[in-house]
Ligand binder design. Structure first.
Ligand SMILES: *Cc1c(COP(=O)(O)O)cnc(C)c1O
Length: 239
C-alpha cells in the first residue's frame, strides 16, 4: 500500500468531481475510514495531513484512539447500540449513524452527563434495502423535529450508504434522493443543514457531483481491511 500515492489520487479525483459539478473542493471533507487498520496506518495518514477519521465499532475505536496521534479527530459511522452510547459520546466528535429517536435521546442523555453537545447526522436507508440500517425517509421526517429539539444534540445533516454497485452511475439517484430529502428536512426545521455524508471508495465521485460534503473513504486509501471483505453491507453490527 502506498498511502501517499493513494491519497494524492483521491484528492485529484475529488477536485475533478468538484470541477465537473462547479463546486469548491473546500466544501468536501475527506473522512479517512480507518476501521480494520492499525494505529500505525492512522499515524501515517495523520502525518500526511489527514485530520478526520471514521470508525464503525466503539470497541475497536476505544482501543485505537488512545494509540493514535492526538490531533486526529474521530467520527462514528457504524451502527450504534444504546449500550455503547456512553463510550461513543466520550470518543467521538460526531455521530453519523443516528437512526432512531431512541438512540438520539440516549446520546442526548449521555451528552448531558458529560457536559457536551454532539453534532449528529441522521442515517437514511435511501434505497430501502432490508439489509441496511438507517431511517426510512418517512420515519425520518416524522422524528426530525423532536430530535432537533433535544438540547444536547445538533443535527448537521444526513448520511447514507448506497447499495453496492459495480457501476457508480447506478446509485446516482440514491444520492440525489438524499439531497432532496435534506431540502425537505431544512424546510421542516426552518434552518439550513450543513452536511450530506455520502460516497465511499466505489462511488464518491458521483456522490460529490450530487452534493456530498463528506466522503467516507477506506479501501482505496488504506487498502483492503484485515477483516470482513463483504462487499454488500459495508456497515457492520457490533458484537
Ligand atoms: C466501511 C465504511 C466506509 C468505507 O468504505 P470503503 O468502501 O472501504 O471506502 C464508509 N462508510 C461506512 C458507513 C462504512 O462502514
Amino acid at each position: 500500500m502506498d498511502l501517499v500515492e493513494n491519497l494524492s489520487s483521491i484528492q485529484h479525483k475529488i477536485e475533478a468531481a468538484c470541477a465537473r459539478a462547479n463546486r469548491n473542493p473546500q466544501e468536501v471533507m475527506l473522512l479517512a475510514v480507518s476501521k480494520g487498520h492499525p494505529p500505525e496506518a492512522i499515524k501515517e495518514a495523520a502525518d500526511l495531513g489527514l485530520t478526520f477519521f471514521g470508525e464503525s465499532k466503539v470497541q475497536e475505536a476505544k482501543v485505537k484512539i488512545p494509540l493514535s496521534p492526538g490531533k486526529c479527530r474521530w467520527q462514528m459511522i457504524g451502527h450504534l447500540q444504546t449500550n455503547k452510547v456512553r463510550d461513543a459520546v466520550h470518543l467521538f466528535e460526531m455521530i453519523q449513524s443516528v437512526d432512531s429517536f431512541h438512540l438520539a435521546e440516549e446520546i442526548d442523555k449521555w451528552c448531558d452527563k458529560q457536559a457536551k453537545t454532539m453534532p449528529i447526522l441522521l442515517e437514511v436507508n435511501a434505497a430501502g434495502e432490508s439489509s441496511k440500517f438507517g431511517y426510512k425517509p418517512e420515519q425520518l421526517l416524522a422524528d426530525l423535529e423532536r430530535i432537533n429539539a433535544l438540547s444536547k444534540i445538533e443535527v448537521y445533516g444526513l448520511m447514507t450508504i448506497a447499495p453496492y454497485a459495480t457501476d457508480a452511475e447506478k446509485v446516482r439517484p440514491i444520492f440525489r434522493r438524499l439531497r432532496e430529502l435534506k431540502t425537505e428536512c431544512e424546510n421542516r426545521i426552518g434552518a439550513p443543514l450543513q452536511h450530506l455524508s455520502m460516497g465511499m471508495s466505489g462511488d464518491f465521485e458521483v456522490a460529490i457531483e450530487e452534493g456530498a460534503t463528506i466522503v467516507r473513504i477506506g479501501t482505496i486509501l488504506f487498502g483492503e481491511r484485515a477483516y470482513a471483505k463483504k462487499k454488500i453491507g459495508a456497515e457492520t453490527e457490533e458484537a
